[in-house]
Design a protein around this ligand. Structure first.
Ligand SMILES: [Fe+2]
Ligand SMILES: [Fe+2]
Length: 152
């Protein structure tokens, strides 16, 4: 089985349903302008990285630079989000910071795999669709939406 196969893991329902693209649903709108804009950009950069890897003429530098842009954005977004959460006195901030740290550690691993030319579309799709979108944005980020709304 090729490591570059485009077949998705069965648990990646959100990706399968959207033919390999991450789609940001309305349930992910927090109402906070900056954070929502950054979440949209995160989806765009995630899709760009998936596309760079899925292209038949995919090249190591193209994949690496798409992943790098994604990681730079993740770092900025997590910093901004933690600042906003600190300002509104979010009670689970420390736990949230730890979740961001773990996501970044995994992103750096993927970057190393991209550099070595061993990254697979399945591993990148699983990270983006499962770790970042389903487990973090949908589950963990949504927990702070009420705290943000209560502030306004
Ligand atoms: Fe977050
Ligand atoms: Fe976020």
């Amino acid at each position: 089985m090729s490591s570059r196969r485009h077949a998705m893991d069965p648990k990646l329902d959100s990706l399968q349903a959207t033919q390999g693209r991450l789609i940001l649903g309305p349930e992910l709108e927090s109402g906070h302008e900056l954070l929502d804009r950054e979440h949209r950009e995160l989806f765009a950069l995630g899709n760009a990285a998936l596309e760079a890897l899925a292209r038949p003429d995919s090249s190591r530098p193209a994949v690496h630079s798409a992943l790098d842009a994604l990681v730079v954005h993740l770092v900025r977004h997590f910093t901004d989000e933690e600042r906003v959460l600190a300002q509104c006195g979010y009670e689970h901030l420390e736990e949230h910071r730890r979740a961001h740290k773990a996501l970044l550690a995994r992103a750096h691993e993927l970057e190393m795999h991209a550099e070595a030319g061993t990254i697979s579309i399945t591993e990148l799709a699983e990270y983006l669709a499962h770790d970042v979108v389903q487990m973090h944005l949908v589950k963990t980020d949504r927990l702070f939406f009420p705290s943000l709304r209560a502030q306004r």
